[in-house]
Ligand binder design. Structure first.
Ligand code: ZN
Length: 104
């Protein structure tokens, strides 16, 4: 019988370190609803990055990168500015997952 103690001790975060060893399995993209390859690694920090990695295909991510560049140019954003980065992360989420939370 497996005691389970060893498994318990591993927080789910341990999976994080193993991401690169996972097979590059396809996923059904949450945005375009097609099957596609996932991005190679979570492309942004935190929960959003993990959601992108888990549910957004490479093609949609590439689409967003183009859109992001257009937004940066349009607003003249300085990507080193924390406010600009927050703004871009919100835009990222809206672009990929739709505007779901209606705060502000
Ligand atoms: Zn997609």
């Amino acid at each position: 019988m497996l005691s389970g103690v060893t498994r318990r001790k591993l927080p789910s975060r341990c999976l994080w370190g193993k991401v690169t060893f996972l097979p590059m399995s396809d996923l059904t993209c949450a945005r375009c609803e097609r099957e596609g390859g996932r991005v190679k690694a979570p492309p942004v920090p935190g929960d959003l990055g993990r959601r992108i990695f888990d549910s957004i295909c490479q093609q949609c991510w590439q689409d967003w990168l183009k859109e992001q560049t257009a937004i940066i140019n349009h607003y003249g954003l300085n990507v080193l500015d924390p406010k600009a980065r927050t703004f871009l992360l919100e835009r990222t989420e809206n672009f990929l997952f739709g505007a779901q939370n209606a705060d502000t």
